[in-house]
Design a binder for this molecule. Structure first.
Ligand code: GSH
Length: 207
């Protein structure tokens, strides 16, 4: 999702290849293409780029508005993106990404809730310091920081943890972005036999 959003925001002229995740085992198309065997993976005018943060940076070379113009805001956005890239493992593990399910109230381990608290604080700080003039982390433009956190937004919509009104407003704004809507619509159209058991299993309840 992150690589695709960045590529679309930068208007890169690429062919999108959609691969069904193969289970058990690895997905052959991704293994053949991507050096680390994972998506996102981008090939563009001789450049080969993997890891979502690197894809965001590459896209920002072509569309610089993917990062905020102001130096201080840009440093903040890059730090947030880096924190997302390396962190929040408990959230990822306990509230996995599934756009087609409602897992309201589940997955709330103490570590996942701690990740969510940190994310809420981080989003609020960005919005208060740099977000005037628009609904996104750095205002009116949907930046690479928003791209990096977009999968977290989907997790909040699927798992419905208790979040503040301000967080909810940001989640709703990201969900309403045309590209995010396009991603949801495309996901809804995927064949039922593309569903991955690992992500469909019933999660643990509270306690
Ligand atoms: N840190 C990497 C994470 C990449 C990653 O974990 N990709 C997963 C999907 S989100 C993947 O390619 N899975 C392949 C598979 O499950 O077959 C990034 O941000 O790009």
């Amino acid at each position: 999702m992150r690589g695709w959003l960045a590529v679309r925001l930068a208007n890169l002229d690429v062919t999108v290849e959609v691969a069904r995740f193969v289970r058990p085992g690895r997905t052959p198309l991704i293994e053949q293409r991507s050096p680390n065997g994972l998506v996102p993976y981008l090939e563009h005018r001789g450049a080969k780029v993997w890891e979502s943060l690197a894809v965001c940076d590459y896209c920002a070379e072509i569309e610089p508005s993917l990062w905020p113009v102001d130096r201080v805001a840009r440093a903040h956005a890059r730090s947030m993106a880096a924190e997302m890239h390396t962190g929040f493992h408990a959230l990822r593990q306990n509230m996995w990404m599934n756009l087609g399910r409602d897992y309201s109230g589940l997955g709330r381990t103490s570590d996942a809730l701690a990740d969510i608290a940190r994310i809420e604080a981080s989003w609020a700080e960005a919005r208060q310091s740099f977000g005037a003039g628009g609904p996104y982390l750095f205002g009116a433009a949907f930046t690479a920081a928003d791209v990096m956190y977009a999968p977290v937004v989907t997790r909040f919509l699927t798992w419905r943890p208790e979040i503040s009104a301000a967080t909810t407003a940001y989640v709703d704004a990201v969900r309403a972005h045309p590209l995010v809507s396009e991603w949801y619509d495309a996901a809804a159209k995927e064949p039922a036999d593309w569903l991955v058991d690992d992500y469909e299993r019933m999660p643990a309840g509270p306690g």
